[in-house]
Structure formats: structure tokens, C-alpha cells
Ligand binder design. Structure first.
Ligand code: UFG
Length: 327
């Protein structure tokens, strides 16, 4: 199949592109390169474009014979979304609508959407199942839930089939260390802990030590980016056959910030100098997925999502020439 990967030069999209190509599909990358890196998808057809410009995405969909879309493109910094909600609604909602409208015009009827655990807000019950109440606590989460709702309406009215994958904490890198996480502003725990271990991050802070958790720090569910990519393939195959669905993607195991920092020290063999600070606004104390639904319905079987493999692959990527070249 010819798959348009919107946001395909980004962290998760570039891993999905690789896997699609390995399986004999043709990925076509659409990206505005605001946070993505063209070098990570150099072997694939690349279209530079911006979802906020309807003409860009219309042209892309018309220029290739696309069978389905994977939509990874979004602004995804929770803190930034609280300061600049207009920017988030414009990118994540208006941009998404432009994509859907262009799909209707081009007759493309299938889309896999990257949603987020942020749609749940502060969970009332963990592990979180898909039928947990949806109550985002920041504009970023609102845009993800809002676009899920738009997808439902577009499916009902225009027959666009969709699957929404709600990622928990995406982490890790490709096994050959050729591609990995490389955000212009890195806010995520695992890369920040690694950068701190490597002496490349001066001020590494653990945000909050008074949460009602085993050691007082926040608990998260880390899922390997290769397992996320695999889930996209399974979702696509299922969507080809019929109706899509909404699925959580997590390892179903929770690790505290301190546990992540300790294991990062062990994997890297280097000391991390962490400072203890105040809670980061908007952080839920505990987020752990139930991924039973996708395991049962699609046979998803995460192979790399144990924390040691996640940190090891991420560290190898941070130590690689490809990462250093992009410094
Ligand atoms: N943390 C630190 N120090 C850091 C960075 C993070 O202590 O330097 C802590 C955070 O406070 C949090 C945990 O590490 O408790 C994980 O933080 P991340 O920023 O790595 O990830 P989040 O859980 O905040 O974010 C994830 C996804 C978002 C999504 C959000 C939903 O990356 O896209 O979950 O809550 F919106």
C-alpha cells in the first residue's frame, strides 16, 4: 500500500516509515520539518508541506496514489500548550481538519491517528482502559480528544475509517541506533536523564517528590517506539478489512521517575546529578495503560517495551554519530 505519513520525519513517524518499507509498503513522507529531520527519512519519497496550508496537503494527496494516511503530525508539549493554546488548536485541530478535507477530495478513506494518554487527564483508576472517562487537563490533551471526536463525525458523515492509538510514554530508539528521539526542545524524562548522564544537560531536575506513589515521584508507562510502529501496521491491516477502533498503547507497567533515573545510571554506567524540584504543573501522579484491548483484538505483542531495552536503545542512539551530527 502507498501510505502518506504526515509528520513522517518526526520521532515516531520515522520509525513507522521504516517498518512499513520493510514490510513492502511505500511510505510517502509529508512534513513541514518544524521539529522533524529530513535525514531520518532520506530513503523515502519526501514532500515538504504544512498541514495548516490546505493547498499543501491537497497537492500531496493528489500527486501520489495514496491508499491510507498515518497522522503523526502535532505539537506535543503540554507546558507550551498551556501558554499558547491558539498555536495548538491551529496545528492539531485546524491542521487535522485540512488533512481530512483533503482526504475526502482525494477519495482517501482510511486514517490512523496518533492520540495520547493525555485524553484521560488524571486517571481515576489504573491501569487505564479505553472506556475510562475522558477528561483532558491541558490544551494539548483537548486537541487530541477533539480530533478523535472529529474523526468520529467524519466517519459517520463521510465514511472515513479511522483508528486512534492512544500512546502512553513513547521512548527508545531503533535497534541499529540510526534514528531516535531528537526534539529541538527536549522535555521528556528518558532523553533528559541520558543527556544528563552524558554531561550534556547542566540542570536535570526531578519534578516532585511528594506524589502518592511508591517513592514520591510520578509513575509512567514507557512504551518502545518500535512497538508503537508495529501497532500502526496491525491497525492498518485491520482498518483495511473494516471498522477501526480506539486503542491504548502502553507496556502496562509503571515506573517512577526515580526508578528511571536509577536504571539510566546502570545502563550508561554514568552518574546522574539530579536536583529535586517542585511538581511540574499538569502532571498526573500515575499513568499506566491497560493494553488488553489491542492485544486481544489485533494481537499486538510488544517486544521491546521493557524499560532496560528502552533506555539501552535510547542511549545507543544518543551516543551514535547520527545523533551527534544533528547536535
Ligand atoms: N520529568 C522529570 N524531569 C524531567 C522531565 C520529566 O522529573 O526533566 C518527569 C515528569 O514530571 C513526569 C515524568 O518525568 O512525571 C515523565 O515526563 P515526560 O515529560 O517524559 O512525559 P509526560 O508523562 O509528561 O508526557 C507524556 C507524553 C505527552 C502526553 C503526556 C500525557 O509524552 O505527549 O504524557 O500526560 F501528553
Amino acid at each position: 500500500m502507498n501510505i502518506l505519513i504526515v509528520g513522517g520525519a518526526g520521532y515516531i513517524g520515522s520509525h513507522a516509515a521504516r517498518l512499513l518499507a520493510e514490510l513492502g509498503h511505500k511510505p510517502v513522507i509529508f512534513d513541514n520539518l518544524s521539529t522533524g529531520h529530513k535525514e531520518t527519512v532520506r530513503e523515502f519519497q519526501f514532500i515538504k508541506g504544512d498541514l495548516r496550508k490546505p493547498a499543501d496537503i491537497k497537492k500531496a494527496l493528489k500527486s501520489c496514489s495514496i491508499d491510507a494516511v498515518m497522522h503523526f503530525s502535532a505539537l506535543a508539549l503540554v507546558g507550551e500548550s498551556m501558554e499558547k493554546p491558539a498555536l495548538y488548536y491551529e496545528n492539531n485541530i485546524t491542521g487535522g481538519l485540512n488533512l481530512l478535507n483533503a482526504m475526502i477530495e482525494a477519495g482517501v478513506k482510511k486514517i490512523i491517528f496518533s492520540s495520547s494518554a493525555a485524553v484521560y487527564g488524571i486517571p481515576k483508576k489504573v491501569p487505564v482502559e479505553e472506556n475510562h472517562p475522558l477528561n483532558p487537563i491541558n490544551p494539548y490533551g483537548n486537541t487530541k480528544l477533539g480530533f478523535e471526536r472529529i474523526l468520529e463525525d467524519y466517519r459517520n458523515a463521510y465514511g472515513i475509517g479511522f483508528t486512534a492509538l492512544r500512546y502512553f510514554n513513547a521512548a527508545g530508539a531503533s535497534l541499529d541506533a540510526g534514528i531516535g528521539e531528537n526534539h529541538p526542545v527536549e522535555t521528556h524524562l528518558i532523553p533528559r536523564a541520558i543527556l544528563s548522564a552524558m554531561g550534556k544537560l547542566k540542570d536535570f531536575c526531578i519534578f516532585g517528590t511528594d506524589y502518592p506513589t511508591k517513592d514520591g515521584t510520578c509513575v509512567r508507562d514507557y512504551v518502545h517506539v518500535l512497538d508503537l510502529a508495529q501497532a500502526h501496521i496491525l491497525a492498518l491491516e485491520k482498518l483495511k478489512l473494516g471498522r477501526g477502533a480506539v486503542y491504548n498503547l502502553g507496556s502496562e507497567k509503571g515506573f517512577s521517575v526515580k526508578e528511571v533515573v536509577d536504571l539510566t545510571q546502570e545502563v550508561t554506567g554514568r552518574k546522574i546529578k539530579a536536583r529535586y524540584g517542585r511538581r511540574r504543573p499538569g502532571d498526573p501522579p500515575v499513568l499506566v495503560a491497560s493494553s488488553k484491548k489491542i492485544k486481544k483484538e489485533l494481537g499486538w505483542n510488544p517486544a521491546y517495551s521493557d524499560l532496560k531495552t528502552i533506555i539501552t536503545t535510547a542511549y545507543n542512539w544518543h551516543m551514535s554519530d547520527d545523533y551527534r551530527l544533528e547536535d
